[in-house]
Design a protein around this ligand. Sequence first.
Ligand SMILES: O=C(O)c1ccccc1N[C@@H]1O[C@H](COP(=O)(O)O)[C@@H](O)[C@H]1O
Length: 211
Amino acid sequence: MRVKICGITQPEQGRAIANLGATALGFICVRQSPRHVTPAQIRTIVAQLPSRVDRIGVFVNASGEEIGQIVASTGLTGVQLHGDESPEFCRQLRQSLPGIEIIKAFRIRTSQSLSEIDAYCDRVDTLLLDAYHPQLSGGTGETLDWKTLAQFRPPHPWLLAGGLNPDNVLDALKLLNPSGIDLSSGVERSAGDKDLTRVERLFQKLNALSL
Ligand SMILES: O=C(O)c1ccccc1N[C@@H]1O[C@H](COP(=O)(O)O)[C@@H](O)[C@H]1O
């Protein structure tokens, strides 16, 4: 199972989290976020990561040009679109960034929210389901209603996000069968400062599950 830890801001934390077992690290390229990192910071962090770890840039309603420039200058292997990007925007971005994983995030408010996903399925590589928040785009620690997802069987790999932490992750995985999970605030001391003890506890739980 993929395990993405998002909102990395410090090289030594990125290295440690990769060594604990993360398969992907996320970098917030959204200026309004307290976890925002510049392309120069991303370059420094990714230079110290093992090549097996995916490096995902998180964007909210950025232009294709801005995304393309940041991908080219940092060595990102994927982009996570966490805003209101249209299916056509995703199609064009995928065409302009061959070999880069395109992840589209959806903020699920009700079971109706799931119906908008169909239009994206042949335009992106991976889906990500996060909780809805009226003011914030992500990293909110809000949990989505997992029961809403009981029948969710998309034709693409999907990541479960939204308020996951070492204490609730196994409950989520008992109910749902995502291709991966994505955590940010649930393994932090404060925004952008990861708590390595919590990350370690997360992997202990996940490793026990796969025994
Ligand atoms: O983390 C942020 O600051 C952020 C900002 C803008 C868009 C997305 C952001 N993070 C994403 O939010 C989800 C869930 O985070 P949490 O575990 O509930 O804190 C995750 O996919 C992050 O990539």
